[in-house]
Write a protein that binds this ligand. Structure first.
Ligand code: ADP
Ligand code: ASP
Ligand code: MG
Length: 476
């Protein structure tokens, strides 16, 4: 037997990587290979693709008394998970046991939705209880499928590992408590050569109430576990060959970036590239851990390696400045304007305090001279609450006509060009705007300069795809 690397690897599989029998078989093979090579391997898995959407959709419909969807989704969950059990668990007794656990969890999903139906409302806490079931189902299957291939594996619910606050649907981990819990539960398994198969996405409050880390949060789970163990490397297995120059669904010519800096990928993720959850980067950077993104369906491809940030905000010599382009949709641009704001201190502070009071975060801000207008983007679903908060906080100024109006556009998109040196390299902004001019796209707002590694522009939603494709032509 070859000598194992005396190291710890955390691997995360996304929904499509465990979403069919072929995919899960491939994931199991990857775990088997890693187990042979690395001393300690921890696996984090998402729910099978479609499961979290089905769960949340059912709960939302149950609020309106529509229990038909719940029935249909119960069937879907049972049949899709049983199909995987039939294909991947060789021991009949073990298969039966996993099927019973599936039936039990799906039963509790039905019960939760019916309770929601009776109440006519679903609290964020109840939504998390429902959403968590997808990962609680998939870990059981993946662990049993690994065992069937001779890999000693044990499923672990991360409610026992990841301790969070009670900010349901977007919970924040307590790293101290999570370090203690994770090490005490995972280390004995790892020392015994067992591969823990851990639920992504979920955690629990100190009292044990289930929380989730936000949609797409399994990447973040892998980073949290990697940071607290600590691991040497975290590998995110997904359905594309790593981080690409654009979303390949939007830009067929997109290609894989073999390397990207932590700063660049954080910017890409924050501005809409779904390939990595935006919160993933910070724990791994702070813990000094390697991060790699690779393709379950093409495991021999090296994927993307995250590397240290470029020096002095400049691209390395000979390196391409513009590395990738991304878009986020369903945003609104909010403007506060009025001559009475001219030079009045504190307008910006009051504006953003009001926005913050609605729990909304702001991805982009611009301001015209002397505070005559402030303009910023918010997610469309937050716009009503944001406008109401602003009208309340500026009620006196609006009544006195010091502020003329507070208003929002229809849906817009934010497109972001990412690359170290976009701020400090002459001519880059010119290239970007002339490219958009070539395809006749009007820019409604710009944020440039506060980041070393990105330029963001607000444009009409309808122009988003064509703009991303055009800007992608700047990447050679
Ligand atoms: P997983 O279920 O594995 O977490 P996701 O669907 O969350 O996978 O993320 C992978 C998807 O992200 C890809 O299939 C791709 O369509 C999309 N994507 C968006 N932008 C990019 C990008 N710049 N590079 C790679 N993939 C991207
Ligand atoms: N299953 C969760 C979701 O669909 C988390 C994840 O897949 O990362 O959002
Ligand atoms: Mg994802």
């Amino acid at each position: 037997m070859t000598q194992k690397l005396s190291k710890t690897l955390v691997m995360k599989f996304g929904g499509t990587s465990v979403g069919s029998a072929e995919a899960m078989a491939q994931a199991v093979q990857i775990v088997k290979d890693a187990h042979a090579e690395w001393e300690r391997v921890v696996v984090v898995t998402s729910a099978i693709s479609g499961a979290t959407n089905a769960l949340l959709d059912s709960a939302a419909r149950a609020v309106n008394g529509d229990l038909q969807a719940v029935l249909a989704n119960e069937q879907w969950l049972i049949s899709n998970h049983e199909k995987l059990a039939d294909a991947l668990i060789s021991d009949p007794a073990r298969r039966e046991q996993v099927k019973q656990e599936i039936a039990q969890l799906v039963g509790s999903f039905g019960a939760l939705c019916r309770a929601i139906g009776v109440l006519g409302e679903a609290s964020p806490r109840a939504m998390d209880a429902v959403a968590s079931l997808g990962e609680r189902l998939s870990v059981r299957l993946l662990a049993a499928a690994c065992e069937s291939q001779g890999v000693p594996a044990k499923f672990v619910e991360s409610t026992k590992l990841v301790v969070t606050n009670a900010n349901f649907q977007n919970a924040h981990p307590d790293f101290g408590a999570t370090t203690f819990a994770t090490r005490s539960i995972l280390n004995p398994l790892l020392e015994a050569g067992v591969v823990p198969i851990v639920t992504g996405f979920i955690g629990a409050t100190p009292e044990g109430v289930v929380t989730t880390l936000g949609r797409g949060g399994s990447d973040y789970s892998a980073a949290i576990l990697g940071a607290v163990l600590p691991a040497d490397d975290v590998w995110i297995w997904t359905d594309v060959d790593g981080v690409m120059t654009a979303d390949p669904r939007m830009v067929p010519a997109a290609r894989t970036l073999l390397e990207i800096s932590y700063g660049e990928v954080a910017e890409l993720a924050y501005y809409g590239a779904k390939v990595l959850h935006p919160k993933t980067v910070r724990p791994v950077v702070e813990a000094g851990i390697g991060l790699r993104i690779c393709n379950t369906f093409n495991p021999s491809h090296p994927g993307t390696r995250l590397v240290a940030n470029g020096k002095n905000g400049k691209a390395a010599r000979g390196e391409q400045v513009i590395k990738a382009v991304t878009a986020i949709h369903r945003q609104r641009l909010v403007t506060i304007e009025g001559r009475g704001m001219l030079g009045v201190p504190g307008v910006a502070a009051r504006t953003f305090a009001a926005v913050a009071s609605t729990g909304t975060s702001v991805p982009l801000i611009t301001q015209a001279s002397s505070e005559q207008s402030i303009c910023f983007a918010v997610p469309s679903e937050a716009v009503d609450a944001v406008l109401a908060a602003l009208e309340k906080v500026f009620a006196t100024e609006l009544a006195d006509n010091d502020i003329d109006r507070v208003w929002a556009t229809e849906d817009v998109a934010i497109i972001t060009v990412v690359g170290t040196g976009t701020r400090n390299t002459p001519g880059v902004a010119g290239q970007i705007f002339s490219k958009l001019g070539d395809v006749n796209v009007n820019v409604l707002a710009i944020a440039h300069g506060s980041s070393d590694v990105s330029v963001s522009m607000v444009i009409e939603s309808i122009d988003a795809e064509k703009s991303v494709r055009a800007l992608h032509e700047l990447i050679v």
